[in-house]
Design a binder for this molecule. Sequence first.
Ligand SMILES: C[S@@+](CC[C@H](N)C(=O)[O-])C[C@H]1O[C@@H](n2cnc3c(N)ncnc32)[C@H](O)[C@@H]1O
Length: 283
Amino acid sequence: MTGTPSISEGFLDDKPEAAADAAATEVPQGPIFASDVNHDYKGAPLLAPYGDGGDLEAFFWANHDGDLIHKWHHYFPVYDRYLSRYRGTPVRFLEIGVFRGGSLAMWRDYLGPDATIFGIDIDERCAVFDGDHAQVRLGSQDDPAFLDRVIEEMGGVDVIIDDGSHMSSHIRASLTHLFPKLSDEGTYLIEDTHANYWGYYEGGHNTASSFISDVKDLIDDLHRRYHTAGTRHPGVAPDLYGMHVHDSVVVLEKRTRLEPPRSSMVGIDRFGQFNVETSAEAG
Ligand SMILES: C[S@@+](CC[C@H](N)C(=O)[O-])C[C@H]1O[C@@H](n2cnc3c(N)ncnc32)[C@H](O)[C@@H]1O
């Protein structure tokens, strides 16, 4: 192919409105899709691997005969950074967005045989993947009753990856409903958040409807004890331990029973200003 590689080519082929929206906001020399370079996606690695993506990236590039997976290369090291601690454990893992089934095989290979892996999708064709490497359930990520049934069947959930519709309202609905159900020290990862800069996905730059605005709000919520503006996401904020924002991937870490923050001074102040007697010393 010729010309400047486009973010919308291939990725949004089935969504012409979104493709036009993305094209209008693209900057030159944006991300390059493998399909822009060589349309034979079953061939040998088409672009240099992003690097340090570990076993996930290795699985991806070797997946010539497996079910199709679609991943941005730079996600692999991010996944590995937050999810490696679950490998070889009985982690309960939910992926929103099954697509062509290949990512569930990838997660099974990565997490191991003891993991409980479920995938959900609204595309009824995805039922064909049920039982291969994971359980697949059909329903929408913004349907709380459906999500409840899935989580109950899983026996709880430790990790959630939202790779579903990428619609801001859907991401918000899933997060609001599922974050409280995530186990203590669980991980909630939302990917393809670049889509939330595009109108088709209810997004835009500095647009209130965009999920990216929720991410910014959550920074304020994380610091809710230090301002009086209130908490915008009460379902998430109380147990939000930390938030990591990468290019197109947002990771939320949960810790329940977070104590109110305190600070102490320990040691001798050589300048003499803070050398107060402790109650133990006084006693
Ligand atoms: C980006 S693809 C998933 C890619 C897959 N995880 C992978 O890594 O290869 C998005 C999927 O989300 C599904 N989807 C769209 N809207 C949804 C919704 N409301 N609830 C659940 N899944 C949805 C689509 O049918 C599609 O299969």
